[in-house]
Design a protein around this ligand. Sequence first.
Ligand code: MG
Length: 228
Amino acid sequence: MKILLWDIDGTLLRSGRAGHRAMNAAARDVFGLQEAFADFDFGGRTDPWVLDLLCQRHRLAAPPERVAAFYAVYLEHLRRELHNPNAHTCAGIRELLNHVHSSPEITQGLLTGNLAAGARAKLEHFGIWHFFPFGAFADDSGERNRLGPIALERARHHLARVDLRPCDMIVVGDTPHDIACARASGARAVATATGGFSFEELAAHHPDLLVRDFSDPQPLLEFIRALG
Ligand SMILES: [Mg+2]
């Protein structure tokens, strides 16, 4: 059994910068900051990591109730902002998710820097939430590299199989952070150039498989098959 763990933004979908605008709106509503994330690189970062960086940059105190307020406002704006003409699933993703869904030897879940509620909002918007019975989210840890072992535990529980090993996991993402996360977890790293990084930039980080996109599902499926 192989566990395919998907990143969301830039990998499964592009939100048309819905997340960016929702973060800006939350920073405005909760902290009174205008365009707080104007020059911010979100790629591969978890939501708590983003909030930490914001607080450091502006020397803001973020007690738990303010953090909760920030996320609540963010989610409210996110759900609305997803309705924009530039939001779309990445090439080939729907077909690939469907295919893997019916493959008895592969189980898929999420490994994402999104909060679980944000992940759900994004994936439900595109009608693909049901493909992911488990996942590791930013609620579990703000450090992306700690999410791999959590995803493995969830997979073991979901499948009732304690014999699953880190090397049975395949982490798919669009940034060097995703590749680093796979390495930190003992998982295989698959990178796709459908997000903010080019094929050449990702190649420099030596993922186990690198694709331009998933319009052809075969490279990924063959890669998984070859793992045995
Ligand atoms: Mg991503």
